[in-house]
Design a protein around this ligand. Structure first.
Ligand SMILES: [Fe+2]
Ligand SMILES: [Fe+2]
Length: 165
């Protein structure tokens, strides 16, 4: 057994948050698709897949360290969005919250002197730099373009602007 029960419980909760993010990004992807923004939709389908991958990383860690995975209830994601900007802002706020969640998980690992968990969680802490800065960049782009000129955002995402991929 390489995991404490408080950390096991906190990681199980985080598995729920990652699946929540995955479902939320799926809702946003289909909203963009309905509105005719194909590249933005594709971008959020990818984000949804990434969040599922994050959940699986946590699942495997809990299992390999001898813990017990219990997936919590996942609340329904937000379905209605007033605008593309609102959907992207929601995503940025989500990523900022997730950053705090991983900082708290790291706090637990540090207080328990769990060096294995600290190494494992370090990847997520670093990953949030890309997640938050990428979403911030996208929000700025959407705001600069305005709702009527989102076609420019589509063009930039299509060209593979690095922090939008
Ligand atoms: Fe994530
Ligand atoms: Fe994320």
């Amino acid at each position: 057994m390489l995991i404490s029960s408080p950390l096991n419980a906190a990681l199980n909760a985080q598995v729920g948050h990652e699946f929540s993010a995955s479902l939320q990004y799926l809702e946003i992807a289909t909203y963009f698709a309905r509105e005719g923004w194909a590249k933005l939709a594709a971008h959020f389908y990818r984000q949804s897949d990434e969040e599922r991958d994050h959940a699986l990383r946590l699942v495997k860690y809990v299992t390999e360290t001898g813990g017990e995975l219990v997936i919590p209830m996942i609340p329904a994601p937000q379905h209605e969005f007033a605008s593309v900007e609102e959907a992207v802002r929601l995503s940025l706020e989500w990523e900022q919250t997730v950053t705090q969640q991983f900082n708290r998980l790291m706090d637990i690992a540090i207080s328990e002197k769990d060096y294995l968990a600290q190494g494992f969680l370090g990847w997520f802490v670093r990953e949030q730099l890309e997640e938050v800065s990428g979403m911030e960049g996208l929000l700025k782009l959407v705001q600069h373009a305005g709702e009527k000129n989102l076609v420019y955002v589509e063009t930039l995402i299509g060209k593979g602007k690095p922090d939008q991929e």
